[in-house]
Design a protein around this ligand. Sequence first.
Ligand SMILES: [Zn+2]
Length: 133
Amino acid sequence: MVDECIFCKIVRREIPSLIVQEDEDSVAFLDISPRSRGMTLVVPKQHFETFEQNRELASKLFDKAMIVAEKIRKSLNPVTVFMSIMQAQVPHFSIRVYPVYKEQIPLFENKPIETTEEELADVARRISSVPVF
Ligand SMILES: [Zn+2]
């Protein structure tokens, strides 16, 4: 845990977020400026920055991200779901789960879509309600 890290604050519930999945190792929450509907970030509860620093946990996180991807597929019906690891502005390891819809193909890095808090809450509810398989 790092005091000033935004993702650590989300994990500690010091910053509100729309969590769609959580277990002992990880938290998955909606990106608040999503590039597509349902874009989700999966982060480890333990702070580290790059996968080289904790390969074991990074690997586990991929498993969690695949579950999130499947929940998104079942609840929001995208054409496909991408995952990416990017060095983001936040120096806390994350896997971005990126649903892609018909109108986005071919995929370019889109600008954030317009959304509202209500819509984000609805999307979070839909993804969360899919049972873990
Ligand atoms: Zn952190």
